[in-house]
Design a protein around this ligand. Sequence first.
Ligand code: C2E
Ligand code: MG
Ligand code: MG
Length: 719
Amino acid sequence: MSQTGGSQLPGARAVVEFTQQWAHALGEVGYLTWGAEEARARLAPMAAELAELVRAPLLDEEWSRQLGAHFASAWFRGPNVLRATLRVIRTHGTQLFDPAAPDRIIELTGEFAAGYAEGLRECIQREQESLLRAVLHTSRDAANALRASDKRFRTMFTDAGAGIALVALDGQLLEINPAMCRMFGTPRRGGAAAAARPMTDYVHPADAATLISDFRTLISGRRDNVHGEVRFVRPDGLVLWAHVTASLVRDDAGAPDYVIGVVEDVTERHNLRSRLRHQAYHDQLTRLPNRSLMAEQLGKACRDGSSVARVGLCHLNLDGFRAINDSLGHQVGDQLLLAVAGRLQLLAGEHLVTRAGGDEFSVLVSDPPDVDYLSDLAERMIAVLRPPFVIGQQRLSITASLGITEAAVRDTRPDELQREAHAARSWAKGAGGGRWAMFDAERDAGETTRFALAASVPGAVDRGEFQLFYQPLVQLNSGELAGVEALVRWRHPEHGLLGPSRFIDLAERNGAIVPLGRWVLAEACRQATRWADELGAGAPYVSVNVAPRQLAEPGWLAEVSLVLEQTGLDPSRLQLEITERAVLVDESGTSDTLRALRDMGVRLVIDDFGTGYSSLSYLRRLPVHGLKIDGAFTRGLCEPDTGGPEHSGGWESTDSKIISALITLAHALDLVVTAEWVETATQARRLTALGCDLGQGNWFGDPVPARQLTPLLGRRLAG
Ligand code: C2E
Ligand code: MG
Ligand code: MG
């Protein structure tokens, strides 16, 4: 066990204070065989160890248990010692050993108590054994000491703190000592008269068979002693938990003569252990079983030989609970959770309802009759939460998102089942909440692959698995190719050629877009330089997509300028496409970056315009060069006319009105307009008629690798 000099530790004051609280608490429960000074000296090193345990990044369970055992063997014993100690750790531990999380303290006390119980058991056993040795020694020294009322034996028998019973080979109690009488609440002072009954009379029926079997082993002479925990029933009906050590006494010829049982009352310790177990498996607020109990039950259900064939698991959390907590306070939040727990429990009947933490609850259904039963249960759970909750003066309405999964126990693992229920719940939440979703392995596989893909982006960049495709950006009035948009593709060794929809979003979320974007920019600039070298003034500019996360990256601006310098590309041949989302973030840093880029001579356009919330007047304030109108509007240009009689062909649909207005306004702001997704000649013609500057889409050419595009360069494309 590691020992630490408390005074050298950071937070040594906290340790000293804690030691004082601890000694004080032990003094209060009437237990301290030493003076306060001595007690503090004994407790201080253990307090320092507790501090270390609490501060370590992970709880050292073994050490926590050893510390508990050490505490027991250091003579800190007595009925209320452990309880007082745990109370001190719980109430003062978090304050004194900051920044310990309350969860850590609970885990620690659990292990500490287990270690203490174990340590105590070992100590008691050792003491019982030495007591027995003394008794046996006495009886051997003086032949038939028992019957001859040997004085030393009598004194020991009468004065012992532990209960002692002498049992004949037929199981009749010969004698019990006064301590045993006290234990059983019988008024007699012990002795033969108090006994005169078979020992089984006092034993709890559930433990009788084991006790009898152990007794038989003993009197057969095969073993000299046995020990274990046994329940007794006192004459007043109370159940007594006891640790019993029984030893065989042989006569002078070595034949079994009688049995001595030493009985230690461990009821208090047992109750404490049960209480701790209850605490460890139940949520403090709602009193519902907690995540640990759910894990244990699920584990049991999925174990070999389980009586259950299938299990259903429903996981739910409340929609917008945080807002309630933040706006109305934690007390209201707690009341709401209590009320929710109550409704769920009432509805779920015999199924296990647990609070998994925060606003999360789970319901375990053993052997659901079919899947419909689970979806019906989910429906009913949604319905039961629908009526508003009345908390104090407030009426609160709240909905929940539920995920359900169901499986045959032999095909599944408990943690897998939990993950599935969570995944399904996040689908329900993603679809707007207030609903349930059933786990679907196919959908899950798709998402798992996407996550795994996004995680492997940086490695794939290093391995050179990405490639840029280029799509023409065509001058509508002349049909000439003005630029190309660089669109990334992933030549994945297993999945083949992957488009950006498979990985860009997640790469942006996990940050992998930064190294990927760096490569895209450098590669696009290298290619643009090659074209410029080959074609001179007729070479296209290259348009590169920039994710919001890249824009926010501190050194990004310097990277752009370095790439331009290293590749020797004229900045006017680089265009960057940024989304409305990126520029809407009202960060002065972003607009400074944009301004610096414009000052460098790099062109900036807003991509997918019209899908976000930015208004043209807002854009006026930004140093942008143009807009790319989202493809969805272009698509509308093909739809049949619904009421525009003034144009031949009747193509004046709502989208064409929007596009027309956008083009006019953008031109008024001196912005160049590009239309995306131009797929037909009609669209191209109409856009040209509306004055749109550039077009991009299948009609002019799909995205292709650079070498396939090169022959087209300098040529007039379809117009
Ligand atoms: P985007 O920047 O709006 O790119 C245009 C997308 O529309 C491309 O999809 C392109 O293939 C597609 N498209 C082109 N013509 C047509 C058409 O006529 N009809 C239809 N329906 N679609 C057409 P892609 O290549 O799948 O790229 C999707 C998005 O992925 C891009 O949208 C862009 O936001 C993102 N992306 C692509 N490459 C990169 C990159 O290197 N970095 C970043 N940050 N994002 C990228
Ligand atoms: Mg784009
Ligand atoms: Mg776009």
